[in-house]
Design a protein. Structure first.
Ligand code: SDX
Length: 392
């Protein structure tokens, strides 16, 4: 009940699972996708290749990745009637709420039920999801900005097409800076899967009832939205901006985070599993320095973030509780430098996490896992007799 997982025969009802996709060791700060270290993949691979690895289990050959890219393009059309759905949202709607709704709506236009036994079915569902989710994710941004909705650019690689759908305007040319593109690609790799986190467990749970892939991912988007989970990357930037507005006194906010009577928490700090360091945070912190200096961006919140990290890690409260920066602490600083608006940060997390959600749903279905049914420890009232109204 303390979260310790014993994969005994009863595990099938405990909400825990067996998986061959991602290995992480919270004590050692180890994260591997299908046995490959996150450090090597972030250094040498690219997001679409890592997505292929996570979903299909092996690094692709050149022919395989070319076919995957082309098959994703084949399914990149989103039904025009989906525009009627997005038009129903106010421009002020949070993109994660719009994304969850649009993802669920994709089922209406792609009703074919995936037969988990059929490899062709499964492959088609993977390509459709990788393609259509990316398009509608950009629509959430374009809608919020009152801009025309763009389509997948079939002449461009996956991540380039994403950036073009997000930022091209009919009135001017769009040059994608390779520094920006490579930073986005690396950030997507670092978010691609993370074992049984809240949103991935949600995707598996919903999928275990044999609900479709779009419906399961829609639920995962909603779970990721929470500020204790993926929503933390937006909350980190808002916290850093608040510290900046307040004069930059990080110690004041560290004391606030330690105050039991104050609900304020240091966003981007702490983790359910990593009790030393989050290996992704290390890579992202280094990338933040590189990207901002290459782009010549001097963002004062980066200095505030570094001072906050340094001061917190000298503080007994944080050290005793094994609270270290997590994946969300520095990612928002890079997103902001790349021109991604704050309200889109968690959508960026969702795009990165998509291959993980797909892979975990696929694994759960192919392994014929039973419907999820966690048990409980009942602590309520013992048996008692009904009390008629006049006696209450
Ligand atoms: C992600 O699971 C995953 O893999 C998630 C993720 C992924 O890739 O999918 O890694 C992505 O969600 C990263 C986490 C992003 N969330 C945040 O940054 C929000 C701020 N952090 C927390 O709220 C918290 O640390 C959690 C939710 C991340 C983890 O919570 P835990 O492990 O359940 O910790 P806890 O709530 O049991 O707290 C233990 C102690 C408590 O103090 P005491 O009661 O012992 O005195 O630590 C304190 C907490 O009050 N604490 C914090 C804190 N986090 C925990 N105090 C101040 N600031 C914080 N951030």
């Amino acid at each position: 009940l303390t979260g310790a997982i014993t994969l005994d025969p009863g595990y099938k009802n405990s909400g825990s699972c067996q998986s061959a996709i991602t290995f992480l060791d919270g004590e050692q700060g180890i994260l591997r996708y299908r046995g490959y270290s996150i450090e090597q993949l972030a250094e040498h691979s690219n997001f679409l290749e890592v997505a292929y690895l996570i979903i299909f289990g092996e690094l692709p050959s050149n022919d395989q990745i070319v076919k995957f890219e082309n098959d994703i393009r084949k399914y990149s059309i989103v039904n025009e009637e989906m525009k009627g759905i997005i038009d129903g949202f106010p421009k002020t709607a949070h993109p994660m709420g719009v994304l969850s709704s649009l993802t669920s709506a994709l089922t209406a236009f792609n009703p074919k039920v995936v037969d988990a036994e059929c490899e062709k079915d499964m492959y088609e569902a993977v390509c459709k999801t990788m393609a259509k989710f990316l398009v509608i994710a950009t629509w959430t941004y374009r809608k919020a900005k009152g801009l025309p909705l763009n389509y997948y650019d079939n002449t461009q690689p996956y991540v380039d097409s994403f950036m073009r759908m997000m930022f091209t305007l009919p009135t001017e040319p769009y040059d994608l800076d390779p520094v920006v593109r490579n930073a986005i690609d690396k950030l997507f790799i670092l978010h691609a899967d993370h074992e049984q986190n809240c949103s991935t467990s949600t995707v598996r749970m919903v999928g275990s009832s044999h609900a479709g892939l779009f419906a399961s991912i829609s639920a995962g988007v909603s779970a990721l939205w929470g500020p204790l989970h993926g929503g933390a990357n937006q909350a980190v930037l808002e916290m850093l901006e608040e510290i900046q507005k307040d004069g930059g006194d990080v110690t004041k906010f560290i004391e606030k985070a330690k105050d039991k009577n104050d609900p304020f928490r240091l966003m981007g700090f702490g983790h359910r599993v990593y009790k030393n360091f989050d290996p992704r945070a290390r890579i992202i912190k280094k990338a933040a320095n590189e990207v901002l200096s290459k782009l010549g961006v001097d963002d004062p919140v980066l200095a505030i973030a570094k001072e906050l990290e340094a001061k917190a890690l000298e503080d007994k409260y944080f050290v005793d509780r094994h609270l270290y920066p997590n994946v969300d602490f520095y990612s928002g600083i890079i997103y902001r430098a790349l021109g991604i608006p704050t309200e889109m940060f968690t959508v960026m997390f969702a795009i990165g996490r998509l291959p993980g959600w797909i892979a975990q749903w696929k694994e759960m279905r192919i392994n014929k896992e039973p419907i999820g049914r966690p048990r409980q420890l009942y602590v309520g009232a013992p048996l008692r007799e009904f009390v008629p109204m006049e006696k209450r």
